[in-house]
Design a protein around this ligand. Structure first.
Ligand code: ZN
Length: 292
């Protein structure tokens, strides 16, 4: 059901005649399209019923993060189809691509978010921005030589090649250069064994972070420096994985405090709680940085 245009109404009760407590027919007709208007007017109104927010993407009208996620994915795919000229071309692997697998990756959520955006091809690399009609530098900020698209930035750029080589993943990199879409790339990565996969995710994610710093003119990129950052996180995540595996509870990973983070890095611990009974919640965080 769609409104005909912008409307100031937010609640169903505002569509009722305040005296008779039945539909204000003129207002309903002004607000909705004819087809919907007839449906609405045929509904009998229980004047004593309170308004409550309903979410029509769920069969029971209840809002859930899961259903919101589905809506977001659908919208993104719809928008992407429009971006390539509305041809509605379905990428190879699109139909059987398992989105849920991203959320099962044994990495922290921030990395999953990165992977999700990587698959959706909506990381703000130069070419993607240019595609959306924004005037933007499309030259790769890491090498200042070639156009920055996902394939160049993550696989073919001079400094990223150094990272792949140092991490002993050169053979993986070569295989991935044969993939034509981000979904194909991810599907190929999913074929790797768990430890190798972890390395690849961390490499892509840290490389992206380094690229953003360079892009913001914060610093220049050195393959070896980014590599040591990659190794740091691979070790951190491996420890988390092990802790989760031997925890016995099967719940979330319990990380042990490992002393101060390396120089130039902030370590942030966060936690939050919520009580269903009192509807009250709280959260907190501790940030730590090594200063010399
Ligand atoms: Zn480059």
């Amino acid at each position: 059901m769609n409104r005909r245009g912008p409307s100031l109404l937010t609640r169903v009760s505002e569509l009722l005649d305040p005296v008779t407590r039945t539909w204000d027919e003129d207002l309903v007709k002004d607000t909705f399209w004819e087809q919907d208007t007839n449906t609405i007017l045929s509904l009998s109104m229980d004047a004593d019923l309170d308004d409550w927010p309903a979410w029509h993407f769920d069969a029971k009208g209840a809002f859930s993060v899961r259903s919101a996620y589905k809506v977001a994915v659908r919208k993104r795919e719809h928008d992407n189809a429009k971006d390539v000229g509305g041809s509605g071309v379905v990428e190879e692997g699109e139909t059987n691509f398992d989105w849920r697998r991203i959320w099962r990756l044994e990495v922290p959520n921030k990395v999953r978010m990165f992977v999700w955006r990587f698959v959706h091809n909506n990381l703000a690399v130069g070419k993607n921005i240019a595609r959306r009609g924004v005037k933007w530098e499309t030259i790769c900020p890491m090498c200042n030589r070639l156009d920055e698209d996902g394939g160049h930035l993550f696989l073919k750029c001079k400094a990223v090649k150094e990272c792949w080589r140092l991490t002993n993943l050169e053979d993986v990199r070569v295989r991935l250069t044969n993939c034509r879409t981000s979904k194909e790339t991810i599907t190929e990565i999913w074929r790797l064994e768990a430890d190798t996969q972890l390395k690849v995710w961390v490499l892509l994610w840290r490389w992206w972070s380094a690229r953003n710093k360079v892009n913001a003119r914060e610093r220049t990129a050195y393959g070896a420096e980014i590599y040591s950052d990659i190794i740091y996180y691979i070790n951190e995540f491996s420890k988390l994985k092990k802790a989760a595996g031997t925890g016995g509870g099967g719940g979330g990973a319990v990380a042990k405090w490992e002393g101060p983070p390396p120089e130039d890095m902030y370590k942030i611990n966060i936690d939050a709680s919520y009580s269903d009974r009192t509807h009250a919640g709280g959260w907190g965080f501790v940030a730590r940085v090594e200063t010399s």
